[in-house]
Design a protein around this ligand. Structure first.
Ligand code: JFZ
Length: 453
């Protein structure tokens, strides 16, 4: 924040002091400040949103986590021990030709972009990020650059276009996951760590010939709001800081409103990404110093897996969402549609349960400022500074919720969901609230505290 303010004041200063005829002087210091200010502008919606939908969907969805009698995870194969169904080609050792043949049957006749967008919107989500291309290299649109794409399937619809239109119609922001590093279809793309990697010249061929071209294509065709790139580990392999910056420069040039996530170069995101991306289902315990997002699953797998029954209860996901908000981060919750485009029933049920909670409690996570942990859960504060929200995850059994030393003078307390007023107490400089014996919400009861102005 300090950097951003500095950037703004520097910009103001220079515009006031320079004579109208003088050419603008751009020192490297002010240009980083300008970049930071632009990033802060770009991500206002993102920071207000706090909650988005992630979607892993592609050819792998058709296999549903199983292939020829094997089901993931399969510990009898050297690299088979993973639940991630979108990795099935490599984990269950499916020959390239057999995997690629899945394209001729991919026909998502049940994909309904508007229904999907409305489902996300009712859940309280403000943006959707879909896998335009995952590691297998298959593009979910008819790409001019590659034939391993939607254009080579029986589906003649423009799936990404339908989604982009529905998002725009309903005020939902759109993001694309694009696997810029791993690409198992292109000879030059990065491979899983246990396979031989392409040499640098070969990777450069992929980088220029497919990755950068497809990113440009996605910008020109769909003009989305956010890009979700993916690298991991401590080295970044072929994604050097030079290639990272080449991709960032391309996006800033062609689509200045796009947000770029930290996993564009996970081990070294540099200064110019808009937010940090945590590891899978990884939640920081404190503010990491920059806006951030945690990608999270409802079960083990990201892509649809018919035999992954590790469904999280909605309440657990509500807790994670409120924890993210309290620490100034976003919760990007994943779903894995089936190959026909339909949404699995356990997913719909959870989205609606979360949406039920959000209908009443949304203001305690969205448009909020981070505040951090409390002994019983998490604090948030409304962006306008008029209200504090206590997210009570562990309900005290003695009828008193201790608030500790609250910096502000409070005027009232109430259960946010019902509006039921609660008694506020003050003693020895500490505040507390008299609460019912039983938690009104078993997972996260939000108590709203109004600040005296
Ligand atoms: C990656 C993908 O390989 C995976 O299929 C999925 O798309 C997920 C969202 O991202 O997997 C990762 C990436 C980073 C870490 C772990 C798995 N990490 O840093 O711990």
């Amino acid at each position: 924040m300090r950097q951003i303010l500095l950037g703004l004041s520097l910009a103001l200063l220079s515009s006031c002091t320079s004579s109208p005829s003088a050419a603008p002087v751009i020192s490297s210091a002010s240009s980083q400040a300008d970049k930071d200010a632009a990033s802060a502008q770009r991500r206002v919606w993102f920071e207000d949103a706090r909650f988005g939908l992630f979607m892993h969907w592609g050819l792998y969805s058709a296999l549903e986590g199983s292939w020829k009698g094997r089901t993931m995870p399969d510990a009898s194969l050297p690299n088979g021990k993973s639940w991630y169904a979108e990795w099935i080609q490599k984990r269950l050792e499916i020959p390239d030709a057999e995997y690629r043949a899945l394209a001729k049957d991919f026909n998502p006749v049940k994909f309904d972009a508007e229904a999907l967008v409305l489902e996300a919107k009712r859940a309280g989500m403000k943006y959707i990020a879909l896998t335009a291309k995952h590691h297998d290299g298959f593009g979910l649109w008819d790409s001019k650059v590659s034939d391993f794409d939607l254009g080579s399937t029986p589906c003649k619809r423009d799936i990404l276009g339908e989604l982009a239109d529905a998002c725009r119609k309903h005020g939902i922001k759109l993001g694309f996951y694009y696997s810029h590093w791993e690409d198992w279809e292109h000879a030059g793309g990065a491979r899983p760590e246990w396979e031989k990697q392409p040499n640098d010249a070969s990777f450069e061929g992929y980088w220029k010939g497919k990755a950068l071209s497809q990113v440009s294509e996605l910008i020109a065709r769909y003009n989305p709001d956010m890009f979700w790139f993916d690298t991991w580990g401590t080295e970044g392999g072929q994604i050097t800081p030079k290639r990272r910056d080449e991709l960032i420069d391309l996006i800033r040039r062609e689509a200045p409103q796009w947000l770029i996530n930290g996993r564009i170069c996970y081990h070294d995101p540099g200064k110019d990404v808009d937010f940090l991306e945590m590891g899978d289902n990884e939640f920081p315990k404190e503010w990491p110093g920059k806006p951030w997002q945690s990608p999270a699953t409802m079960q083990h797998s990201w892509g649809y897996h018919a035999k992954d029954f590790a469904w999280k209860p909605s309440g657990e996901m509500i807790r994670l969402l409120s924890q993210c908000s309290s620490l100034g981060g976003n919760y990007l919750l994943n779903i894995g549609p089936k190959a026909d485009g339909s949404i699995p029933a356990p997913v719909t049920r959870r989205l609606r349960e979360i949406g039920g909670w959000m209908a009443a409690n949304g203001p305690s996570v969205q448009n909020t400022k981070r505040l951090g942990a409390a002994p019983w859960g998490w604090w948030t504060q409304s962006k306008d500074g008029t209200r504090l929200f206590a997210h009570v995850h562990r309900w005290p059994s003695d009828g008193i919720l201790p608030l500790g030393k609250v910096e502000h003078e409070l005027s009232s307390a109430a259960i946010l969901e019902t509006g039921m007023a609660l008694e506020l107490r003050q003693a020895n400089g500490e505040s507390s609230v008299v609460i019912p014996q039983t938690a009104p919400d078993a997972w996260d009861t939000v108590i709203e505290l109004r600040i005296k102005n």
